[in-house]
Write a protein that binds this ligand. Structure first.
Ligand SMILES: [Zn+2]
Length: 497
């Protein structure tokens, strides 16, 4: 069960515990919230113990009389940034959860009292509250399902609540992304989007499989046609502030392959594990739209989620098939495991034809190659527009969902030439992550055409190695991270500066 983490103003009655964010290399503050006895105990304890409040370190201590203290390390004061605050928020939740506490008063040092740090603290506290235990038989009743974090400063409270809301959206995306493929099939994803849209007031349209066929979205239709449920394109619209609805929307496009066997270019047994996470790009778009609606962001935002299950049966598409995609380009299939770009291609064309995007940004767990190139500390970024590049890099740094740019040049588009069609969908291992971006670039020009692609304000984020973690981290339990939700929410929230 997810822990419900809320922030509120401090009450008069005694909380279960006090949380004390602490700096390294500094005298600890005197904490007027502590009784003289507890203060003396803490000073004594500090003399005899070696706990250092480094960034990301935390400890629960029990002075007498019994008011537990949550010591949250912030590290050196001169290195204090949003990520240090985010980790402290996460540690507060983890310690409280472990100790079964349901009301904790947070005693703020003045340095932490800024809206940016409050926002990050709220993000961390809520992200750390999610455990993926929905499918585990409960071994013991949970100590508490609610955590109320109380603070005195009302300005801080407003900002921390905003951060918490962003992570609530991210947690929604994480839970869906973690749901196994026998349950989270394409139809279930569409149902989840409908429910979410109703709850937060987004417009929704689901383009069904027969409509995909009729429209000529053969990339999405072909990839998903052997799935246990039919593919679809989900369109979510956040209208923004009345009056701003006339302004061009930021359009987000996500790959949601609910399970990727690789198709006839079958993955190895080991390679199949974790392929339920191949829907993480789409889930990040869902989370970002949820955040745009709940935070009432003025900028209009559109989310397109291309949903399909890549399976093997007699209806499945094959290697050597030539498909005519939505923009008319003919694509020779050289690898059925390079399916993400086919479904994204149709969604990108739809975006270019239906909207006049202020910016077009797609997210996908697209290539293994991006992990070889960049590891797990950042996602791969491909971008045509210098202004959008800067906005994305800034948003990525603010959210600590960092991006690193890789090149995308006309030479890379040459890699995808086909002898028998316009393009192949995969050309081997050379420049693997760039190939994915180069393929997509053929679908973002005028009306989704291959021409003038550099004129489109477009970015592609390859999130294949940051979408989930396989070891617990300070912020995340093992499983999906919803990489992109915090970044995109920051981006659209600060779109007009
Ligand atoms: Zn694949």
């Amino acid at each position: 069960m997810p822990l419900s983490v809320t922030f509120d103003s401090a009450r008069r009655t005694k909380p279960d515990a006090l949380a004390l964010p602490l700096f390294d290399d500094q005298p600890w503050p005197t904490f007027s919230a502590l009784s003289a006895k507890d203060r003396a105990w803490l000073a004594d304890w500090r003399r005899t113990k070696t706990f250092r409040p480094d960034r990301g370190q935390a400890l629960l201590v029990h002075p007498t009389p019994k008011l537990p203290l949550l010591l949250l390390g912030l590290g050196a004061p001169k290195l204090l940034d949003a990520q240090a605050a985010r980790l402290a928020g996460a540690n507060l939740t983890r310690l409280a959860q472990r100790a079964g506490l349901s009301r904790v008063e947070l005693v703020l040092p003045p340095q932490l009292n800024t809206p940016t740090l409050a926002h990050a603290f709220g993000q961390g506290a809520v992200l750390a509250g999610l455990r993926f235990d929905e499918f585990k038989s409960p071994s013991e009743p949970p100590a508490s399902s609610r955590l109320r974090i109380e603070v005195h400063q009302s300005k801080w409270l407003a900002a921390v609540k905003q951060g918490a809301l962003v992570s609530t959206s991210a947690n929604l995306a994480r839970r869906l992304a973690a749901t196994p493929p026998n349950i989270a099939h394409p139809r279930a994803i569409a149902d989840a989007c409908r429910k979410m849209a109703r709850e937060v007031g987004l417009r929704i349209k689901v383009i069904t499989a027969p409509q995909l066929r009729r429209l000529g979205m053969n990339g999405l239709w072909s990839v998903g046609r052997a799935g246990s449920r039919e593919p679809c394109l989900i369109v979510l619209e956040h209208r923004g502030k009345p009056g701003k609805s006339q302004t061009a929307p930021v359009v987000l496009v996500g790959k949601a392959v609910t399970y990727d066997t690789g198709g006839y270019s079958l993955k190895t047994a080991e390679g199949q594990r974790g392929m339920k996470y191949d829907k993480c790009g789409g889930m990040a778009v869902l989370g970002a739209l949820h955040a745009a609606a709940t935070l009432k962001i003025p900028t209009p935002v559109v989310g397109l989620i291309a949903v399909a299950e890549n399976m093997v049966d007699r209806r499945a598409y094959r290697v050597d098939d030539i498909l005519t995609l939505y923009n008319g380009l003919k694509v020779e299939i050289t690898n059925t495991d390079a399916e993400g770009r086919l479904i994204l291609a149709d969604a990108l064309t739809y975006a270019c034809r239906t909207y006049k995007p202020a910016a077009l940004i797609d997210l996908a767990t697209l290539t293994g190659g991006v992990g070889v190139a960049l590891g797990q500390a950042c996602a791969g970024l491909f971008v045509t527009d210098p202004k959008l590049r800067q906005k994305l890099l800034d948003a990525g740094n603010a959210a600590h969902e960092r991006l690193w740019e890789l090149p995308l040049w006309p030479e890379h588009r040459e890699l995808l030439r086909s002898d028998h069609a316009d393009l192949v969908n995969s050309a081997g291992r050379l420049a693997h992550p760039i190939q994915g971006a180069a393929f997509l670039s053929h679908f973002v020009g005028k009306n989704g055409s291959p021409e003038a692609w550099q004129d489109r304000s477009w970015a592609h984020l390859d999130i294949a190695y940051v979408a989930a973690v396989d070891k617990p981290t300070p912020l995340f339990d093992v499983g999906p991270t919803a990489f992109g939700v915090r970044l995109l929410t920051h981006l659209v929230q600060h779109w007009h500066g």
